[in-house]
Design a protein around this ligand. Structure first.
Ligand SMILES: NC(=O)c1ccc[n+]([C@@H]2O[C@H](COP(=O)([O-])OP(=O)(O)OC[C@H]3O[C@@H](n4cnc5c(N)ncnc54)[C@H](O)[C@@H]3O)[C@@H](O)[C@H]2O)c1
Length: 255
């Protein structure tokens, strides 16, 4: 049997939603989906979109009205693919990280993530679409960290919801998977590196250098490394995969 060359990664005719679209990974995902023929609908909190080849609509997912408007926007869009990517990072141990930080991180990374996944799933069922939902987890979701209590917990929640959603949506042939990046060189790392400098007394740039060198492959990943896996999960190439969390981490987490 010859490999199916027609199905592989083509997204022509597919409507793909991307949240956190102005971020390092989000921008690359938008580019990759558009290059494969998808109609990309992008959203982030900023007024303007930094990329190209996407229809952009801003929503603040921490704001109740903004979140409801984003849910309505998704329902109207009738997506085939949902790339559920927006998130906030912050640091603190369980002795320091307060409930204000809890509400912000869980508000975007879990509450809004859940609401938008649900809106996508409901639309796919209503329109009879055998879609693909891709959630952004993290290596932080597989193991707690002393100084990163809330963020790790939000990403563990993403992995759990991915499994529950995949099982609930399997009868509708809607697939739900997650990606767990390791350390990816994006603007988020300016924040992460600055926070580690504060919490661990490091020089600016030191933590980023150290985490890159500690990866078994020896360097930080790029947004494109993540985008290629997102393309795989969005496309028919992964048609028999659901409820999985795929590591894109250079070998950091052994499953
Ligand atoms: N960069 C890494 O090393 C890494 C590692 C593991 C997981 N991740 C995950 O990958 C995803 C993308 O990360 P990134 O590195 O591109 O980060 P990023 O900070 O560049 O992108 C995240 C985006 O989410 C958006 N966002 C945050 N709060 C929002 C709100 N209230 N409303 C709407 N949008 C909001 C931000 O504006 C930003 O554009 C995130 O889920 C992150 O947790 C990143």
């Amino acid at each position: 049997m010859t490999p199916d060359a027609a199905a592989p990664t083509d997204l022509t005719g597919k409507t793909c939603i991307v949240t956190g679209a102005n971020g390092g990974i989000g921008l690359s995902i938008c580019d990759h989906f558009a290059a494969l023929g998808a109609q990309v609908l992008a959203t982030d909190v900023d007024d303007r979109f930094a990329g190209m080849d996407a229809t952009y609509q801003p929503f603040d997912l921490l704001d109740a009205e903004g979140l409801q408007a984003a849910q309505d926007w998704i329902t109207k869009a009738e997506p085939d693919v949902m790339f559920n990517n927006a998130a906030l990072f912050d640091m603190g141990s369980v002795l320091q990280a307060d409930l204000v930080q809890f509400d912000r991180l869980f508000g975007v990374n879990v509450r809004a993530f859940y609401a938008l996944m649900q809106a996508s799933a409901q639309s796919m069922i209503a329109k009879g679409k055998q879609g693909s939902i891709i959630n952004m987890a993290s290596q932080a979701g597989h193991r707690g960290e002393a100084l990163v209590a809330h963020y790790c917990a939000t990403k563990a929640a993403v992995i759990s919801y991915t499994q529950s959603a995949a099982l609930a949506l399997a009868p509708h042939k809607i697939r739900v998977n997650a990606i767990s990046p390791g350390v990816i060189d994006t603007p988020m790392w300016k924040t992460v590196d600055g926070l580690f400098a504060k919490f661990e007394g490091k020089e600016i740039g030191q933590k980023k250098r150290e985490v890159g060198e500690a990866v078994p492959l020896g360097y930080m990943g790029s947004p494109e490394d993540v985008a290629r896996v997102a393309v795989f999960l969005a496309s028919q190439q992964s048609s028999y995969m659901t409820a999985q969390t795929i590591g894109v981490d250079g070998g950091n987490v052994l499953r």
